[in-house]
Design a protein around this ligand. Structure first.
Ligand code: SF4
Ligand code: SF4
Length: 78
């Protein structure tokens, strides 16, 4: 079971991880348009300026979000 941990004290809600996540891109046309995804079948999205994990079970543990984050605020444990 994959575990996604967000360090809310570091996250500034830039959304890099949200648009980089391949599952988000597949499931949400808005995500790969560089806009905030509105669909609910995404793994992560920014809510009120902080990234939130919406569907951890959809995560494929590719670690792309970790690489995309400029402040090491998101961690994935496969
Ligand atoms: S590790 Fe999970 S949340 Fe992160 S980019 Fe990959 S599929 Fe998305
Ligand atoms: S976890 Fe990192 S990449 Fe994702 S929104 Fe927060 S600061 Fe940006």
């Amino acid at each position: 079971m994959v575990e996604i941990k967000v360090h809310e004290d570091r996250c500034h809600g830039c959304g890099n991880c949200v648009v980089a996540c391949p599952v988000n891109a597949r499931n949400s046309p808005n995500a790969w348009g560089g806009k905030g995804p509105e669909e609910d079948d995404v793994v992560i999205k920014v809510v009120n300026g902080v990234v939130k994990v919406v569907n951890e079970d959809l995560c494929e543990a590719c670690l792309t979000c970790e690489l995309a984050c400029p402040v090491d605020a998101i961690e994935v444990r496969p």
